[in-house]
Write a protein that binds this ligand. Sequence first.
Ligand SMILES: Nc1ncnc2c1ncn2[C@@H]1O[C@H](COP(=O)(O)OP(=O)(O)OP(=O)(O)O)[C@@H](O)[C@H]1O
Ligand SMILES: [Mg+2]
Length: 168
Amino acid sequence: MRRNIGHYSEINSLSSLISNELSNIHDICFNLRPIVLDTLGLTSALKNFVFNLQKNTNISIHLDAVDLNTKEIDIEISICIFRVIQEAVMNSIKHAKPKNIYIHLTTNNNQANGYIKDDGIGFEINQIQKDQHFGIVMMRERCSILNGKFNITSRINEGTIVSFEVPI
Ligand SMILES: Nc1ncnc2c1ncn2[C@@H]1O[C@H](COP(=O)(O)OP(=O)(O)OP(=O)(O)O)[C@@H](O)[C@H]1O
Ligand SMILES: [Mg+2]
């Protein structure tokens, strides 16, 4: 009996150790960013990302963010925008079978607005099981931490639009 209680508390402390480690890993992944974001800013990081992707796919990826002065955007906000765009584009490539992906980003004095649109197969958002997929949850979480907005609209056989708005 005593031995069982010993095992029980050992399992308990192991399990809290593991969950602390998982949360550390989550924090590390969440905060990782490409070096180009720090050195050249968001627009160049996006151009770089699209350029590299375009080499490996036949999908046309259109980036409309080229003339923004995004170097002045706070790094935490740049990371959020970059990661949201990256995940949405990767989702289009992985799941949508599109011909085109359009990335749009604009800024004004107090906010950044963007969308990632594809002309792929679309999906039923309500049928996605959140405990098995993390990309959409993560995009939403990133925007919400910055008091921003996040939305997905998708239609079967028409495509998907992921949009966001974050204060800068
Ligand atoms: N643009 C899209 N077109 C079609 N289906 C999509 C699109 N984006 C997401 N989906 C669907 O939504 C699901 C959930 O996406 P989510 O990014 O959360 O997870 P995932 O891409 O499957 O895995 P990961 O956790 O690696 O991101 C996908 O598995 C896919 O079925
Ligand atoms: Mg994903």
